[in-house]
Design a binder for this molecule. Structure first.
Ligand code: SAM
Ligand code: SF4
Length: 331
């Protein structure tokens, strides 16, 4: 383990931090949160922006090259824009990206542009307003859809994330692929994971990466495989002649663990070295108990020395926590 790099015991370099700025959200996507009865963390347990900034600075010193802001819904946290201005001065802006449900992102695009943030992932699971409502439990399709094209028009690099599930949005797969004909969008189809914040499992997960691919291939013959970056979690394709691309993320099948370069910091300071695993440290508690930068660096490096080999090994350590909502894991 070097002082300026985070390398786990299997030799994987970790240079990508997913920083969750809140566990709250203005949506209630069925695969992420129950409709009611969610135990949001008390506000005092959330990292303050100063704590997040200090921790981000430590991660950057430890070799983190890319920070993705996520949540919950990042834009619902008051003060997020001033925080992003500070963070973008700390880390090179092209290395800061955001994942959002798209309700508020377009509203903030001038500020994002000004700070140099150019890449944004929007979750959109359906192109049909009725199905959109049944998935998110919110009537916001037009707002999100319009926002995506506003972002594109303003020069943002936009990726759409679409969780595919039986009886939810299978009809949307091909319309999403078709959307990439005239727009330089990257649509990524995700397998559903068990992180829905309830004891209900996703045994209904009937659409794995192979089935999604076969479905697309059946309807569209002219698919060209692309060369993906080594740490990519998506396997990407372009339909011949289309402007955009589509990708498939085996988020439940976990075929990409061997090259995983991610660490996650939840809004309450929990550090995870695998989405499927338990927290390996709580950095908020360390800070609040007076730990200095050296102590925190050591805690992070120590946590990496027992990083699970893959998501299956990590899952065994998680026990019943496997159903924690993605919004509190920092998705
Ligand atoms: N609220 C933002 C959003 O929806 O984009 C950011 C946080 S959300 C937790 C991050 C990503 O996790 C979204 O793309 C969402 O679709 C995905 N996600 C949440 N729960 C999931 C699950 N159970 N299975 C697969 N993907 C999930
Ligand atoms: Fe909110 Fe994102 Fe979870 Fe949907 S997936 S409920 S938008 S945090």
């Amino acid at each position: 383990m070097s002082g300026t790099q985070l390398i786990d015991q299997y030799g994987r370099k970790l240079d990508y931090l997913r920083l969750s700025v809140t566990d709250r959200c203005n949506f209630r996507c069925y695969y992420c949160m129950p409709e009611k009865g969610i135990n949001f963390a008390p506000r005092t347990e959330l990292l303050s922006f100063q704590e997040m900034y200090d921790l981000a600075a430590i991660f950057v010193q430890l070799g983190i090259k890319k920070i993705r802001i996520t949540g919950g819904e990042p834009f619902v946290r008051n003060g997020i824009i001033p925080f992003l201005y500070r963070l973008s001065a700390l880390s090179k802006p092209e290395e800061i990206t955001i994942t959002s449900n798209g309700t508020l992102s377009a509203k903030h695009q001038s500020a994002l542009k000004e700070m140099g943030i150019r890449k944004i992932n929007i979750s959109l699971d359906s192109l049909d307003p009725v199905r959109f409502f049944s998935i998110t439990r919110r009537d916001c399709f037009q707002q999100v859809y319009k926002g995506i094209f506003d972002l594109l028009q303003n020069g943002f690099e936009v990726k759409l994330n679409c969780v595919v599930a039986e009886n939810k949005n299978v009809e949307d797969i091909m319309p999403f692929v078709k959307l990439t004909k005239d727009y330089p969008l990257s649509v990524r189809f995700l397998e559903e994971m068990p992180f829905n914040g309830s004891a209900e499992s996703n045994e209904r997960m009937m659409w794995d990466h192979q089935r999604i691919y076969d479905h697309i291939r059946l309807h569209e013959a002219a698919i060209i495989p692309l060369i993906d970056p080594v740490n990519s979690t998506s396997v990407n394709y372009r339909v011949n002649g289309y402007q955009g691309t589509f990708g498939i993320i085996p988020s439940f099948s976990r075929t990409f663990c061997g090259t995983c370069n991610r660490v996650r910091l939840s809004a309450t300071g929990e550090l995870r070295t695998c989405l499927y695993g338990p927290p390996v440290a709580n950095l908020r508690d360390l800070i609040r108990n007076g730990a200095d930068v050296i102590d925190i660096k050591e805690a992070i490096q120590q946590a990496l020395s027992y990083r699970a080999r893959d998501g299956f090994e990590a899952e065994k350590l998680s026990g019943s926590n496997i159903h924690t909502s993605m919004s509190s894991l920092g998705g």
